[in-house]
Design a protein around this ligand. Structure first.
Ligand SMILES: C[S@@+](CC[C@H](N)C(=O)[O-])C[C@H]1O[C@@H](n2cnc3c(N)ncnc32)[C@H](O)[C@@H]1O
Length: 234
């Protein structure tokens, strides 16, 4: 990873914001990801994220924290939060913004336990592909204190395969339709391509059940997106 995402966050933090990140996927063309959005305040966050922050309690882990917007809000509200991200630049920015407990870490290397684990801004993305969902969910389950919860958002992106006649053009013989190749560029440099996973709720729920987690929809968004709460079965 060249960490162009982290570089973009650092540029913005240091007052050198001149252009946005450009993203595209295996099924969509170039799109700008506005860097100011990655520094959003509570009022600017989607309702699903606001709901997740309101539900967060106890010892909280913010997975893939980016610039630390969610952690900062929680901290300001006297919550105990740890922020982790694989991006060195992101963690540098989160610390510069005031996140007290921020570490460069892959979620799979986390060993502490928590009452709330947050994965926000398409939190299932970091699972990368359907075949890895059980591995990540099992690990996350192991990081949950008794009575704890995982709050994550995602979207059913079936609509992205819909043509003008209302039919779907996805190839039913290929991989799960939410598995995308994700391309990112910043200031004319290209990041190493990544895999990014969107999960429809039913597929997430089924995966949760296979690893012994209860999965419920807490809130639906305006565009096929949802916030899910994962807990131990009583
Ligand atoms: C879409 S961004 C979301 C950032 C932030 N949560 C927000 O809402 O603004 C996803 C973040 O997850 C991080 N990430 C990806 N895979 C990860 C992993 N396995 N462990 C921890 N962080 C990861 C990326 O570096 C990136 O900062």
């Amino acid at each position: 990873m060249k960490d162009l995402f982290g570089q973009a966050l650092l540029d913005y933090q240091n007052g050198n914001y001149t252009e946005d990140i450009i993203t595209s996927t295996s099924i969509s063309d170039d799109d700008a990801l506005p860097i100011p959005y990655l520094f959003r305040q509570f009022e600017e966050m989607p309702k699903l994220e606001q709901k997740a922050l309101k539900l967060a309690k106890g010892d909280i882990l913010d997975v893939g924290c980016g610039s630390g917007s969610h952690s900062l809000y929680l901290q300001k509200n006297n919550k105990k939060v740890k922020a982790i991200d694989v991006s060195k630049g992101a963690i540098e920015v989160a610390k510069l913004r005031g996140v007290v407990n921020a570490e460069i870490k892959n979620i799979l290397d986390e060993t502490e336990t928590f009452d709330t684990i947050l994965l926000l801004m398409n939190g299932t993305g970091i699972f990368q592909e359907l075949s890895q969902v059980s591995k990540y969910l099992t690990h996350l389950k192991g990081l949950l204190n008794s009575g704890g919860q995982i709050l994550m958002d995602s979207s059913d992106i079936k609509y992205m395969y819909q043509d003008e006649d209302g039919g779907y053009w996805m190839d039913t013989n290929s991989n799960y339709y939410g598995e995308l190749d994700y391309f990112l560029s910043y200031k004319n440099e290209e990041e190493i391509p990544m895999k990014w996973l969107y999960l429809d709720f039913e597929t997430l729920k089924l995966a949760c059940e296979t690893v012994g987690l209860k999965c419920e929809i807490i809130k639906e968004g305006e565009h096929f997106d949802y916030l899910a709460q994962l807990t131990h079965f009583e």
